[in-house]
Design a protein around this ligand. Structure first.
Ligand SMILES: CCCCCCCCCCCCCC(=O)SCCNC(=O)CCNC(=O)[C@H](O)C(C)(C)COP(=O)(O)OP(=O)(O)OC[C@H]1O[C@@H](n2cnc3c(N)ncnc32)[C@H](O)[C@@H]1OP(=O)(O)O
Ligand SMILES: Cc1c(COc2ccc(F)c(F)c2F)oc2cccc(OCCCNCc3cccnc3)c12
Length: 415
């Protein structure tokens, strides 16, 4: 850890006595006005995501060079439409969209991004940024460029008097504040089998697997309907009450909640199947008692003769007033199984192939019941320049199996 050893992050197995910033003596005046030097052939740029061609360049860089599964069978296919949502929430800043170009050709070869976020870590409010989409062209890997990108976005963020960050990664780095497990609920099992994601257990036929994952064609929750921006005040109140139980939470203004759950203004009138974010509420007697949301982010299927794309939905934020008294988990589990069960029906009808969820939030209460299978990968949550006691990730630390009893303290969902 030649780079991470030099950063204000908790060292591995470091015992901490209290929670809070690690470095807290700097002010923006201490921060350099200039970026670190790059190798001569390269130059720093601020990407202007309001320019279609620059948005396209970010999309293309990540389309070819972003996160793959370890067998290099699938790669995330983030689109410009997704970045309009993920990288331009209320309060977004151009300077947090950092690129590296080849000086002579202008080719974009690296990117890293940040968005402003007000975190709550247990009882402390932590103004921060969420760092995501760190990507270096495959031909420029293992040249220590990642630390340079991380230092540059840190410099730009510090200049604005922000000193903490939240990020996730499959990579193991010093030091996760929480670790969650990937889980998957097949919707189109046959396609998952044909692309090599799902396997056929011994002694089971394909039609038995297809029957196992069958779903009703319509939802069952009375009062379930699509969310509209006018619902935001009630949804925000419900979200805040429901998320109060978690240790790591992203706090939203009403405008931020509308952005994250209803999408950018420009995408409001799209059909659900073309949206990046889909949200539903349950309204009973004029009162919103529940909501759920999921985002749509496909995978490119690498070298498969029949399919080149996998349609994936990811569970995003949800809440129900069934769980607010915190007394009876059985009532909460039953309500969530029914609610998220309807989310499966909605995504199946949108021709989604698999519905993904982490073991965060209250998910371990319903994952088994709804036939989510455990993935073989984990997502680590990290805080930059902030010491925090470990936060439960919904899995048993030893066995890595789901932990429906102590559940998770992670309320935030990263894209
Ligand atoms: C206050 C504001 C603070 C803001 C900043 C907060 C921190 C944000 C941190 C970033 C959050 C990102 C969140 C996401 O986007 S996670 C998604 C990351 N992107 C991908 O996985 C896409 C495909 N992979 C690549 O593009 C490259 O492999 C990347 C760019 C990932 C590394 O490039 P490369 O493979 O060419 O390596 P290197 O030679 O340049 O550098 C090697 C050094 O980099 C450390 N490394 C490797 N992978 C990661 C990683 N995912 N997070 C943090 N550090 C990482 C590694 O431990 C080593 O350091 P050390 O072991 O020597 O110490
Ligand atoms: C990613 C991901 C997976 C992998 O899922 C599949 C992989 C291959 C498939 F063929 C397939 F059908 C999957 F569903 O299952 C998940 C379950 C819950 C949440 C998941 O990802 C949350 C979004 C992670 N942000 C992207 C990212 C990923 C790694 C590091 N940094 C950022 C995932």
């Amino acid at each position: 850890y030649k780079f991470w050893k030099t950063q204000p992050v908790a060292k591995f197995d470091e015992k901490i006595d209290k929670e809070g910033p690690i470095d807290s003596l700097k002010t923006p005046a201490d921060i350099p006005d200039e970026p670190s030097p790059l190798l001569n052939d390269f130059e720093w740029v601020t990407i202007d995501l309001n320019k279609e061609d620059e948005m396209k360049q970010v999309e293309s860089l990540l389309y070819e060079h972003y996160v793959e599964d370890q067998d290099a069978t699938f790669r995330f296919a983030y689109s410009s439409r997704f970045f309009e949502w993920a990288l331009k929430p209320p309060g977004w800043r151009h300077e947090y969209h950092v690129g590296v170009r080849v000086r002579s050709t202008g080719k974009l070869v690296a990117f890293i991004s940040g968005i402003p976020s007000l975190l709550r870590v247990r009882n402390n409010k932590v103004p921060s940024v969420e760092i995501n989409f760190l990507c270096i062209h495959k031909k420029l890997r293992s040249k220590r460029l990642a630390p340079v990108l991380i230092k540059e976005i840190t410099r730009r963020v510090n200049k604005n008097d922000i000193w903490q960050a939240l990020y996730t990664s499959g990579a193991v780095l010093p030091t996760p504040v929480s670790t969650c497990r990937y889980t998957h609920r097949p919707l189109n099992w046959e396609k998952l089998y044909e692309v090599g994601f799902s396997s056929l257990p011994a002694g089971v036929t394909k039609s038995q697997m297809i029957a196992k994952y069958a779903l009703p064609s319509s939802t069952k929750t009375p009062g379930l309907r699509k969310m509209v921006p006018e619902d935001a005040a009630q949804v925000l109140e419900l979200y805040n009450k429901f998320q109060a139980k978690y240790d790591l939470v992203q706090e939203f203004t009403k405008d931020e909640l509308v952005h994250w759950l209803c999408g950018p203004d420009t995408q409001r009138d799209l059909e659900d199947k073309d949206k990046v974010i889909v949200s539903y509420v349950v309204e009973q007697d004029g009162k919103i008692t529940d909501f759920f949301s999921f985002y749509l982010l496909p995978f490119t299927v690498l070298n498969n003769s029949k399919y080149d794309r996998l349609n994936v939905a990811y569970l995003f934020y949800y809440a129900t007033d069934a769980g607010l008294d915190g007394k009876d988990d059985a009532v909460l589990a039953k309500r969530l199984s029914s609610l998220i069960g309807d989310a499966l029906v909605v995504t199946k009808n949108l021709k989604i192939d698999v519905f993904n969820a982490l073991t965060s939030q209250d998910n371990t209460l319903f994952l088994k019941d709804l036939k989510f299978g455990n993935g073989d990968a984990f997502l680590n949550f990290y805080l930059f320049n902030y010491k925090a006691f470990p936060i439960k990730g919904g899995i048993d630390p030893e066995t890595k199996e789901l932990d429906p009893v102590s559940r998770s303290g992670v309320g935030v969902v990263m894209l």
